[in-house]
Write a protein that binds this ligand. Structure first.
Ligand code: DAT
Ligand code: MG
Length: 152
């Protein structure tokens, strides 16, 4: 494994309500990414505001904060080669109508405000978001049994 990265993923309230937590996890696992931390939680308005700070002032911001705090989410850290870019590719475009078939949003969602899953968009965002949702010691270091079959 060359450029091992960690990225932050979150199944949003719509994904939890629609019973898609397992589907999202399966797609990441099947690709060969490694789950190193996971927790279910209901996000406070303060955490929501910090997580989505870059969108403050946009027309959809208030609705976004209301939605993300409305019901439990499942927060996760995934690790692997190019994990940030790879998980964004698996998730698909922000607007599910434009997301390619084969992606989570392309296959399973129809509306931008209910697009099932969040994934960090850069290494910097990943570090920041992991820091917002998890403590320093809240992840596991282990070798995946299939690692030798996934990487050269
Ligand atoms: P992404 O989740 O693909 O990183 P983003 O960071 O631009 O997308 O926006 C964060 C979330 O905000 C997005 O997943 C859904 C919501 N959102 C973005 N643009 C929106 C819009 N035009 N209308 C409604 N919700 C929107
Ligand atoms: Mg984003």
């Amino acid at each position: 494994m060359e450029t091992r990265e960690r990225t932050f993923l979150m199944v949003k309230p719509d994904g939890v309500q629609r019973g898609l937590v397992g589907e999202v996890i399966s797609r990441m696992e099947n690709k060969g990414l490694k789950l190193v931390s996971m927790k279910m939680m209901q996000i406070s308005s303060d955490l929501a505001a910090r997580h989505y700070g870059e969108h403050k002032g946009k027309p959809f911001y208030d609705g976004l904060i209301e939605f993300i705090t409305s019901a439990p989410v499942v927060a996760m850290i995934w690790e692997g080669d190019d994990a940030v870019e790879m998980s964004r590719a698996l998730i698909g475009a922000t607007d599910p109508r434009k997301a390619a078939p084969g992606t989570i949003r392309g296959d399973l969602a129809v509306f931008t405000g209910k697009n099932i899953v969040h994934g960090s968009d850069s290494l910097e965002s990943a570090d920041r978001e992991i820091g917002l949702f998890f403590n320093d010691n809240e992840f596991y270091s282990y070798k995946l049994a299939q690692e030798d079959s996934l990487y050269d």
